[in-house]
Design a protein around this ligand. Structure first.
Ligand SMILES: Cc1ncc(COP(=O)(O)O)c(C=O)c1O
Length: 469
């Protein structure tokens, strides 16, 4: 009999060479992050076009493929680098990449506990750590998702299943005008009509106003609507504002509302020195969205949802079928019983390994540094009369605009951003706050330290001087 063909099973020496080539490729990238530009999109359209190709019938050498990837990676925002201060950074702790490699290479099935009990336990334990860090009591449960948006979707479905019947078109959901758009998206996906969303005004520091919440609940009740959920911001994307959680929770309890905390950006600051006071009340919420790919600095693709009453998560998501009877252990809940997913990656490892390897203290220290750096950037910009600061940093976002007549600030703001980013040392992003153009510095990458923040501030001051005189 002839030897069977095994085209998808490389010879051991090839496997070895490929693994080493990929490791060297990645290590070289990480070693040089400090020297790489903060972004580079020059000529990217031609490069992009080169990837519109048909699937090859025969395989190609890895070396050439890695070369193409290297070029594609170079032509992008450098989201892993120290100069990335745009949107919400994180950086991507390397230990998670090692965890992903182990997880995908060993390819164990973790959707049901019975298929890999100890690995499922690793994930359950890591999620339990998150619940403990947020101050949730025993009995809470959680899931790991691909990110905050999916966590929010599952949170809304869980709240809906707990507090409403199947006819929920008259329900009311409260949020502030600063709430992330993933909440309205999740509400739409969960079947709520647009009229369910009650967007409330914020105070001068962009926080939800408790009196406005209370009033809206009364108004809705008198109109025959059913108030059932309030979303509290624990760090808004625009300015890092933290809603007054104790007051919001108090009102919600009085009126029987579920409180969901969007702590995707801000939640992990609870670990920083003084963080518990900063986020007081988060431990009282019914559910919490967290993004380890933001505040724990892990690579993109890791969100979490924590639910105070773990049973609620199970009731909203559990499914069953006869073909899983062999692994559906009596009394043992797997991640598939708590989330919309069944088959998926072993993402618990990308949380567990960095925490085990570095210990919590390393994360606490980094989070504390980010708060201090944002404060420092704020003070330096505040002392320059060319800038109007929109708020003192509540967490690690600094929002500001040019101090100039309205029309000029609107016109010159984007030019300021373009010029600062064109230096390629840092990369900032803009937003609109109260209808006005604003720039932001968000310090959240574990690779960002004082030198880059100083670069950002100096670039802003120099370019503002050039624009305004
Ligand atoms: C406050 C806040 N909530 C939710 C999200 C959505 O998270 P994700 O992008 O992980 O889906 C973000 C994303 O930046 C955010 O800043």
């Amino acid at each position: 009999m002839s030897r069977p063909s095994r085209p998808l099973e490389p010879e051991p020496q090839d496997l070895d060479a490929q693994t080493r080539a990929v490791a060297e490729f990645v290590l070289e990238h990480v070693r040089t992050l400090d020297r790489q530009p903060s972004f580079d999109l020059d000529g990217v359209e031609a490069l992009r076009a080169s990837f519109r190709e048909s699937v090859p019938e025969t395989g190609q050498p890895l070396e050439g493929l890695l070369g193409r990837l290297e070029a594609a990676i170079a032509k992008s925002y450098n989201t892993a680098g120290p100069g990335y201060l745009a949107y919400i950074p994180g950086g991507g702790v390397y230990a998670s990449a090692l965890a992903d490699f182990v997880a995908t290479a060993t390819n164990r099935y973790v959707g049901v506990t019975g298929a890999a009990p100890a690995l499922a336990q690793i994930e359950e334990t890591a999620v339990g750590w998150l619940a403990g860090l947020m101050g949730l009591p025993a009995g809470s449960r959680g899931i790991l998702t691909s990110g905050g948006s999916l966590s929010t979707f599952s949170a809304l479905v869980t709240a809906r299943e707990e507090r409403l019947d199947e006819d929920f078109q008259d329900a009311a959901i409260y949020l502030s005008e600063q709430t992330h758009h993933c909440v309205s998206k999740a509400a739409r996906l969960a079947g709520f009509p647009r009229a369910s969303l009650r967007t409330l005004p914020t105070d001068a520091r962009f926080r939800l106003v408790p009196e406005a919440l209370e009033q809206a609940i009364h108004e809705d009740r008198s109109r025959g609507r059913r108030p059932f959920l309030v979303v509290a911001n624990v760090g808004t994307t625009n300015t890092g504002a933290v809603d007054p959680l104790p007051e919001v929770v108090g009102i919600a309890r009085e009126h029987g509302l579920w409180v969901h905390a969007d702590a995707a950006y801000g939640g992990f600051f609870r670990l920083a020195p003084g963080g518990e006071a900063l986020l007081r009340g988060i431990e009282e919420c019914d559910s919490i969205t967290l993004d380890p790919h933001k505040g724990l600095f892990l690579p993109y693709g890791l969100g979490a949802l924590l639910v105070r009453d773990g049973g609620a998560l199970v009731r909203a998501h559990r499914g069953t079928a006869s073909y899983v009877q062999d692994v559906a252990e009596e009394g043992s809940l797997g991640s598939a019983d708590l989330s919309p997913e069944l088959s998926r990656d072993f993402r618990g490892l990308r949380l567990w390994l960095p925490l085990m390897l570095h210990g919590l203290s390393a994360f606490r220290e980094q989070l504390g540094e980010k708060l201090a750096l944002a404060r420092w950037a704020y003070e330096m910009l505040r002392d320059d009369p060319r800038f109007e600061m929109l708020d003192e940093p509540q967490l690690s976002v600094v929002a500001f605009r040019l101090h100039a007549p309205e029309a000029e600030a609107e016109r010159l703001g984007p030019e300021l951003l373009r010029r600062v980013n064109a230096r390629r040392r840092v990369f900032l992003s803009s937003t609109r706050i109260g209808g006005r153009y604003a720039l932001r510095i968000c310090v959240l990458s574990f690779r960002t330290h004082a030198d880059r923040v100083r670069d950002a501030v100096e670039a802003l001051r120099e370019e503002a001087r050039a624009l305004l005189g």
